[in-house]
Design a protein around this ligand. Structure first.
Ligand SMILES: *Cc1c(COP(=O)(O)O)cnc(C)c1O
Length: 230
């Protein structure tokens, strides 16, 4: 079930320039339909096959965000319709996205995922890898880098979360000031002229917004707890 009350209250709490991605992974089509009916258009999914199936069944004006860890061999399945790929964390993956984009003549919007958590389990690039990837962007004509994405440590310690988000915001500001992020694209993403800084989930979105996030990925708070956690 989609919690309309929680959604409306979330919307009224946050600045209007912050995009809510309704993270619907593992949830049935009916839940997404309920959200769609009250106007939700941005949905986030973590698994390629699930995303493809939901895209086929649901209205075509939905903006699908891929927020999981994307394997290079699966890029082709989502390239024709995905709105934004949040978790791009290697040059290899970028090259594949560029290749698939070229095949269908579509520039694919991406965020570069930066590793900000102290935990070993999270995906993402460090600062050095990020700079290396930024350096090759001019060659990738069909990749449209729109900003950065990151996930904070899974902890109740607000100070740790804050310092991780602040670090990502600083990187975001310095890289976009250099013009580094946009690569060859002349196209501005639809999420404001600043680009997208995707950080914050159900547990830490408030802190994330304080630290400059303009895109929050909210799952369990809107759709209820998931049966399994990835
Ligand atoms: C599942 C997931 C979310 C949503 O998490 P909640 O805690 O349910 O809000 C956000 N971002 C990513 C990358 C996820 O995998």
């Amino acid at each position: 079930m989609f919690n309309i009350k929680k959604y409306n209250s979330l919307k009224s709490q946050i600045p209007s320039d912050v995009t809510i991605i309704a993270v619907s992974k593992t949830k049935p089509i009916e839940d997404l339909q309920e959200a769609y009916e009250i106007g939700v258009r941005d949905f986030g999914e973590n698994y390629v096959q699930e995303l493809v199936e939901k895209h086929e069944k649901l209205p075509k004006d939905i903006r699908w965000h891929f927020i999981g860890h994307l394997q290079s061999n699966k890029v082709k399945f989502i390239a024709p319709f995905v709105e934004l790929i949040h978790g791009v964390d290697s040059e290899k993956l970028l090259n594949e996205i560029n290749k698939q984009g070229k095949k269908i003549n579509r520039k694919i919007n991406c965020l570069l995922q930066v590793y900000i958590a102290k935990e070993e389990t999270k995906f993402g690039m460090d600062e050095e890898e990020l700079q290396q990837v930024i350096a090759v962007l001019p060659e990738l004509e069909f990749v449209n880098i729109c900003g950065l994405m990151g996930m904070a440590s899974f902890t109740d310690n607000e100070q740790i979360i804050k310092s991780e988000f602040n670090y990502l915001q600083k990187l975001f500001q310095s890289t976009s000031r250099l013009g580094g992020l946009r690569g060859p694209s002349k196209q501005l993403p639809p999420w404001g002229t600043e680009g997208a800084l995707s950080m914050g989930m159900s547990a830490d979105y408030k802190t994330a917004i304080e630290c400059g996030s303009n895109m929050i990925r909210i799952g369990s708070m809107l759709f209820g707890e998931r049966n399994y956690n990835h």
